[in-house]
Ligand binder design. Sequence first.
Ligand code: ADP
Ligand code: MG
Length: 599
Amino acid sequence: MSTAALIDEIDAATEGRDRPAVLDEQGKREVRRATLTAVAVPGYQVPFGSREMPVARGWGSGGLQVTLAVGGPDDVVKVIDQGDEESVNAVNLRRLIRGTLGCGGTADTRDATIVQSRHRIPEDRMRTGQTLVLQVPVSEPLRGIEKSVTECRRMHAEADYSRMWVGMYEDLVTGGVINQGAGYPVMVEGRYLMAPSPIPRWDVPRLGGDQLTILCHGRDKKVYAVPPHTTVEPVTFDDVPFEVERTPGSACGLCGSADTYLVQTSDGKFLCSDVEWCARVRSGDVDPADHAELAPTRYYPDPTQRVRARAEDFVSDPGLLAGHALTDGSTRTATAPGEEWALKVTDLGKTYGARRGSTGVVAATGVSFDVAPAEALGIIGESGSGKSTVMRCIIGDEEATTGDVRLGGYDEGRSNVLDLSLSRRRALRVGLLSVVYQDPAAGLDLRISAGGNIADRLTAAGWRSYHDIRRRAAALLDRVEVPLNRMDDVVGQFSGGMRQRVQIAKALATDPDVLLLDEPTTGLDASVAAGVLDLLRELLAERSIAVVVVSHDFGVIRTLTDRAVVMHRGRVIEQGLTDQLFADPHEAYTQRLVAAARG
Ligand code: ADP
Ligand code: MG
């Protein structure tokens, strides 16, 4: 059905009693229920079920569904499209809403109980009791950085927004400003990341006003809300000011306003985007002082406050690098009270693919060891002996079948971390426990810069100062001997050895208590591997970190570790001081590994 025909039908029907159901009762109930939840949990995207609405695309069926579900005959509705309530779209929508609800309509924001809008919040101060309904074209603020809906949901559930911070970091590094325009991400009540799409940044500070704001995406079937007096903060680093759109010196060519959101016409003139406001300014029917208070002047761009964008500017300023200790000097205790170990693994076992009719592959069984701060323990064994499986079970990439893993720095070593929820385990990986994989692509995002990869870990740990993050990343990269003029280059352009150095820098970024190295040099050419091995030896000597090094190469284990366990077919078959194992191996299997290393 064409929209015009639909409206004609509604108009005809409203003459009598019987109004066609644009949104059926069931659908209304669904939207109302979701809206109530949305108001109760500000910023949280609430899904709802309803049929598609018989309206044309571009009408914003999301806004319409909310207005029709929450509105009634006593309401007075204003509809704005692109700031204008007299556009064809706005007029048609208003007719449709009035016809369906049997309510009043207005062009005057002050008289409206519901303002349905597409791109703007009206210039007028919205009051308690008014509802602002925003049609949403993109509901998911994380969509640009994560395609998987399930993963986005996990990120919201865990308030894990580090990748969004990395995106902003990368914007600042490349252009000196955060690029996001319409739909600028905001944090609601310090908890949920929300896309206030598609209003301009200019309107973002107005989201925390006296009105109830309801945002809805029709096809995604998501509704979210900002109730009155909710804290809504545009996301930015502590030392990077949020900016609104503003051309210095611009003013409306019709009413002369300089403190309204202006749009530029094709001949270069500026005009108020809110047409109703502009007309009322000209007839003297506004309170200019009140509006000046509302205007986001404190967010006008200030070029002197912009961050230094380019790596060269940054690196050539020694002040920015100075005074950054590589260890955070925290007094965190890495061991449990009365214990020596920072990591203790007991009877760890993993069977892959066991199900009815198949016993599965026993990759590890009865594996036990512990490691003290400032100690490095080696796990040596030939390929397939279960070394990586043990690492993956400790770090949480893989679920162990049996066993007990404790960290001295977590709950004073009283909890088996294998029993923790996946989100708690992920949190441990931000601060306490780090891993360096054989494949750099497993530990890094190759599409972002070296500094950005380190920013990922730091922002996850709560760092919010752009300059501190940059200083810390530079100090770490400098330490692992990545040239600082490569700091802002995408890691995908790096050689294997350089990637591995970046991965090591990232793993050390938050000064973890425990570091797991799984074949850290295996993928590298011999001379490059030797360099990385030297670096690792120095780094381990500098800090009191507990390290587990996994390798099939006795040479690596000898270089880095004091003690080692030998794994064969998923079991520990021999253990001792590394030098002793190397000099006097008991098991024939260990003797073979030693012989291989001797060449
Ligand atoms: P290592 O790191 O010592 O080379 P792994 O821990 O990778 O050994 O593998 C140990 C055993 O577990 C091998 O037999 C391997 O084939 C098996 N294995 C490893 N990962 C999986 C998996 N995801 N599914 C099934 N079997 C696996
Ligand atoms: Mg392995």
